[in-house]
Every structure is written in C-alpha cells, then in structure tokens.
Design a protein around this ligand. Structure first.
Ligand SMILES: [Zn+2]
Length: 392
C-alpha cells in the first residue's frame, strides 16, 4: 500500500524515487502514461527506467490492451524481487521471518525464550536463523532490509533501544548496528505495539484509518497509526501506557513507581496475583484462563477492565476507527471482554460510537506483518532510492 502522505522526494518529480512512488500509487502504467503523469521527456524516462530495472525496483507486467498498433508494456513497482528479514523480540519469545516488498510474510518461526534472556545469546541466534531462512527460501541474494519490532522506546538517531524493565539485559544495546553488521543491510527498529498497529492498519485496508494497537503480554504497550504512519512522538515513547497510574492503587511497579497499570494488569502482574494458585509463568496463566478456572478468569477480566479504563482516555484523545488488542494476555477472551466493557463505558460517547474494538485480526503475527509493511516502506522510500541510484 502506497503512503498517501509521502513527502515530495528530495530529488523532485523527475527523480528515480518519485518514478517508483508514482508506480506504487497508480501502477501498473505504460511508459506513455508515466511520461504524462510525471511530465518527463521520453529520453529522461527511458534512462530512469533503465536504472530502476537494474536496481530491481521496477518490472514489466504484461501489456496494455490497446486498439490497434503496438501493445504497450505495463510497468509496476517490483514488490517481489527483493525481500526483508522481519523479527519481533519480546520478554518471553522471539519471532523471525522473511517477507517480500508487498508486505507478505513468506516464512516465519517463533521460539520461546526464558525470562531474563540476553543479547549475547539471542542476537547471534537471530542473525543465524535469518541466514538459514534466506538460504532455505533461495533468497540469499535478495535481502534489502531488516525490520525488528521490540518493546519499549527506541532512540531512532542511535538505533539503541531503551528496553522495558522486564528485559534488563537488553537496555542500551546497539541493536541496529549489531544486526546491520550481521546481515549487511539497513536495519529498521520499531516499537512492537506500533508494529502491531501498523499490521492491523494494513489488514484493515483503509488508508484513512486511525488504528490503536494494544499489546498485553508480559508488559503492556500501545501503538498508534495516524495518517498511514506509526506515531512515535517527540522522544519515541508515544503509547507507553503501561506506566500510567491507576488512582488509589499502590502496588509497586518494576519501573520503581507505584500503582502503574502494568503492576496490576500485565502478564507479569497476573503471574504474581495467581501465585497462590500454583501459577509460575505466563503460559500457566493462559492455561488457567483458557480452561475456565474461576479465579484466573476473574483476574483476567479485572485486568482487562483496568486497561480499558486507561484506553478510554487514549480513545477520547485520538478518536481512532479501530482498537486492536493483541499479545498473549490481550488475546484471552475474558481480558478482552473486561477491556471492551470499561472502554466503551468511559470513553467520550462520540469517540466510543461506532468504535470497532476487537482482537488483532492477524493474531500473533500482527507485529511481523507490520514490520514487513514498514520494511517495504523503507526500501521504497523515494529518498533511499535516489541515494542508491546516485551511487556510481
Ligand atoms: Zn511503572
């Protein structure tokens, strides 16, 4: 899906990046149609298309059915010749896959990780797994980008993730540089709730949608897509709702403060609350809730209600079309029922009217699909194409 809000490419309307952008927006097109749309001379367009076909950014897809004369070749942005490695790292799992530039995930694999896992163990595994997947799919020579979704905020200037307190060993790690060294291409980092929201935005199929994505697993995060882009905020912490304080609550949070919603309603909090029931881990919580154990179901419902209360404020401020709830706890029916209950009761009446609140339609794959879409946007970014085209 083309980005309707893309800025004018730095190279101007005639730049290679803009030729691809127009083909993504309006293609497939004949050379004549492209020439008219772009206002280019035939010679300039031929030169641009030669460059772009060499770069595997543009390809021919059949012919325009014309009445008489020669049939004109149709051109489109080439979404299949290059691939991205897409990943999603969490407190208790890591997923990795290969996607094409239409945003389709071609293969993927998820591995559970013990709490307290470390970068020295997981990063080499990620690079190795990516290489294996590239080789198994025969796409080793086609890698164009890497996109990794991580919890917490990301310093986009340095490529360092300021991971949440649930992943202490990962704080201040040079994630982007380590992966770029390992795989030899540019690496895009995104907050996992933003990636979830972007995946759901793509699945919704409407460029105008404002999507609020909520991920409740070990921790709690939210992400929002506005105007076709994830909204990161001034310092990358937009949507970090886990540490919003719930009135009159005093439970200690891993962030050092008290009464945060994450200390009451996250997977980590539920493990603690159900400890007396023999619960020791997140999968234990999920099994109890899914088997209908009354105490676990009641706790999950209450947790959902608390998150719904926080989201009611967010929904009133952002007035989204869709709220999509994912993550291991977010996927539990009692949690989602509690969430929908307080959210619709407490959000502004007009913001709540017609608001579509539901599970992530992509399920657990939402963040990976979101990263596939974001990686494609990065590869097709007109300024990035212009830089590549200008290389000798
Ligand atoms: Zn906190």
């Amino acid at each position: 899906m083309a980005d309707v809000n893309r800025p004018l490419p730095t190279g101007g309307a005639a730049s290679p990046g803009n030729v691809v952008a127009v083909l993504r927006d309006a293609g497939p097109l004949t050379r004549q149609q492209l020439q008219t749309l772009l206002g280019l001379s035939r010679a300039t367009l031929v030169e641009r298309l030669d460059t772009l076909q060499r770069m595997r950014m543009v390809r021919t897809v059949g012919h325009h059915a014309s009445s008489g004369g020669r049939r004109a070749a149709l051109l489109e942005a080439d979404r299949s010749s290059r691939v991205a490695v897409v990943g999603w790292l969490g407190a208790s799992h890591v997923s990795i896959g290969i996607s094409d530039l239409s945003g389709k995930v071609l293969v993927d694999h998820t591995e559970r990780l013990p709490l307290g896992h470390t970068p020295s163990h997981v990063l080499p595994w990620l690079v190795d797994m990516a290489r294996q997947q590239l080789s198994a799919t025969g796409r080793g020579g086609d890698l164009a980008a890497v996109g990794l979704a991580v919890p917490g905020q990301i310093d986009q200037a340095t490529g360092i993730s300021i991971m949440p307190t649930t992943m202490p060993a990962w704080r201040d790690q040079p994630l982007r540089d380590t992966l770029a060294d390992g795989l030899g291409v540019e690496v895009l980092l995104e907050n996992d709730a933003n990636a979830l929201a972007y995946g759901e935005y793509l699945a919704a199929g409407s460029r105008q949608s404002t999507v609020l994505g909520v991920a409740v697993g070990t921790g709690i995060g939210a992400g929002v897509v506005i105007g076709g882009r994830p909204h990161r905020g001034a310092t990358g912490c937009a949507g970090e709702i886990g540490h919003i304080r719930i009135e009159d609550r005093d439970e200690r949070c891993s962030c050092g403060r008290r009464g945060c919603v994450a200390a009451l309603a996250s997977g980590k909090a539920l493990v603690r609350q159900l400890r007396g029931d023999g619960v020791r881990s997140l999968p234990d919580v999920i099994r109890r809730v899914e088997s209908g154990a009354p105490q676990a179901v009641a706790m999950a419902t209450d947790a959902g209600r608390l998150v719904g209360t926080v989201l009611a404020t967010v929904v009133t401020i952002l007035n989204p079309n869709l709220v999509r709830v994912g993550g291991e706890i977010g996927s539990l029916a009692p949690f989602r029922a509690g969430l929908a209950e307080t959210l619709t009761q407490q959000a502004h009446e007009v913001a709540a009217q017609g608001l579509d609140v539901g599970p992530a339609v992509l399920g657990e794959r939402a963040p990976l699909v979101g990263m596939a879409g974001l990686a494609a946007e990065a590869v097709f970014d007109p300024a990035a194409i212009d830089r590549l085209a200008a290389r000798p």
